[in-house]
Design a protein around this ligand. Structure first.
Ligand SMILES: C[S@@+](CC[C@H](N)C(=O)[O-])C[C@H]1O[C@@H](n2cnc3c(N)ncnc32)[C@H](O)[C@@H]1O
Length: 271
């Protein structure tokens, strides 16, 4: 298979990756045939999946705009993905060119593409790291260069934590980042999940099975499990919501949440 010039030499083109499958779903171009095959198969099984991922991305934009309105100018974007339209630094630096962002992702393509896009932008750094290693991330040169934890910092975990299993303790990981924040810092999370009262469609069960087998095992969480990620934070209005229903921007968003969107979103302010 031909290796495009943006693909780092050490990655296996035959093995689908979380970041590249997501990039395909979002309409991006940084993916390989193996990624596209799985992405298409899941979309054929569950056509509404594309709307689901676009809703997580739309929540990211609304969250960053909300945080900017609260005066936040520093962002730690964990599991930031392959850059596409509407990245955190683009939104933040439109409001304040001095806004600081650190992007963190485990995926080499996401990191290489982020670095090439951000070349020359002194207020943004990119770190290749596993977010589960919160001590390593927080002690990194990239975080040290950009973020002043005496001032409000927003930690973003958008469509990330369903890739962290219960055994890896997502609650403890969030707690590690939380403890570094000063009061007035923020946490924004969106997460795949269903509530006990939801009936998951056969299409969703099948799409999940394809993804779990071919890409990685996902951990869906219910509303109570999601809410408990925010220990030590006050949830801002409207609290925990279905992803499209968190401060929706159009009536279509609300309509969709009425259909029991498979995922939750919230923002908390550290107390
Ligand atoms: C579904 S994408 C979401 C990307 C972005 N946050 C967005 O909302 O568009 C999840 C991202 O998390 C990254 N990821 C998954 N597990 C990770 C880990 N343990 N450490 C760092 N990044 C991780 C993947 O590589 C992928 O880029």
């Amino acid at each position: 298979m031909e290796r495009p010039n943006w693909a780092p030499g050490d990655i296996d083109l035959e093995r689908p990756s979380v970041a590249r499958v997501y990039d395909y779903w979002l309409g991006g171009a940084h993916n390989f045939a193996a990624d596209r095959a799985v992405a298409q198969k899941t979309l054929e099984t569950m056509p509404e999946l594309r709307g689901v991922v676009l809703n997580h991305r739309a929540f990211l934009r609304r969250a960053v705009r909300y945080l900017l309105a609260q005066g936040v100018r520093q962002f730690l974007d964990l599991g930031s993905g392959i850059p596409t339209v509407g990245n955190v630094h683009e939104i933040a630096q439109t409001t304040d060119p001095g806004a600081k962002v650190v992007y963190v992702d485990i995926d080499p393509v996401a990191v290489a593409h982020s670095r090439s896009l951000l070349d020359g932008n002194d207020h943004v750094s990119v770190l290749q790291a596993d977010v589960r290693d919160w001590t390593g991330v927080l002690a990194s040169d990239e975080v040290d260069k950009q973020l002043d934890f005496d001032e409000p910092v927003a930690v973003l975990m958008i469509a990330l934590l369903h890739f962290v299993s219960d055994e890896d303790d997502p609650w403890g990981i969030v707690g590690g980042y939380r403890d570094r924040l000063s009061p007035g810092g923020f946490l924004a999370v969106s997460h795949a999940g269903y509530d006990e009262s939801d009936i998951e469609s056969d299409a969703s069960v099948q799409a999940r099975r394809i993804y779990d087998r071919n890409v990685t095992q996902m951990s869906f969480r219910n509303q109570a499990e999601f809410t408990s990620l925010f220990k030590g934070f006050d949830l801002v209005e409207p609290g925990v919501a279905r992803v499209p229903a968190w401060r929706p921007e159009s009536p279509a968003d609300v309509e969709e949440s009425g259909k029991r969107f498979p995922g939750f979103a919230a923002i908390g302010r550290k107390t």
